[in-house]
Design a protein around this ligand. Structure first.
Ligand code: ZN
Length: 198
């Protein structure tokens, strides 16, 4: 038997399809939304569609941005010859939160996973190689310490080695399989400082 009207049911279903939102949370959110003032609901919906419409990949580092370049790539205060490679924008945010990294980033939007059929061409590696034609002194591979992250790190190292550019890997103080975004700042900084050449 259906407890809820069709429209509430659809709203709950849509919300529960989002990552990290279970059925219970989706219900709680749905009831909250229907009790919100109409203008607030419209503003929420608009911010979602606006973000979807206007946000794209940064021309340089491939992170999400609404400009041509993200604020980090556009900044003259960052060291553009030092590139940290991360799997996703959340990992970039985790390192940015430490406030200690002065280089720039490259966001792969995934990791190589033969199991899931994700190959080198499915992540933003070509864009990374294009950037290396510029003035780059070091590439720090900060992919996760999962099997996919390690596979990707090895692949990147093999790809970059012939160019003569220094390739380093963050120290494995990061728990195996740990998502970078869930790791505290001290551990992240230790991993960065203890990086070793690949
Ligand atoms: Zn950028």
């Amino acid at each position: 038997m259906e407890y809820f009207s069709n429209q509430i049911g659809t709203l709950i279903e849509r919300l529960s399809s989002l990552p990290g939102i279970g059925r219970k949370s989706a219900q709680r959110l749905a009831f909250h939304i229907v009790n919100m003032p109409e203008d607030q609901v419209e503003a929420l919906a608009r911010s979602m569609t606006d973000a979807k419409k206007n946000i794209h990949y940064c021309r340089e580092c491939q992170t999400l941005t609404d400009g041509d370049l993200c604020p980090i790539c556009a900044s003259p205060h960052r060291d553009h010859s030092l590139i940290m490679v991360v799997e996703n924008p959340r990992d970039l945010a985790a390192y940015e939160k430490t406030g200690k990294f002065e280089g720039v980033y490259h966001v792969l939007h995934g990791a190589i996973s033969p199991m899931l059929g994700i190959g080198p061409a499915d992540i933003r590696l070509k864009e990374l190689m294009t950037r290396l034609a510029g003035d780059v002194r070091e590439v720090i591979v900060a992919t996760n310490s999962s099997l996919e992250g390690e596979t990707t790190a090895m692949y990147i190292s093999k790809l970059i080695k012939p160019t003569g550019i220094k390739v380093t890997r963050i120290a494995s103080g990061v728990p195996v399989g740990g998502d970078l975004e869930n790791i505290d700042e001290v551990t992240l900084l230790r991993a960065l400082e203890g990086r070793t050449e690949l």
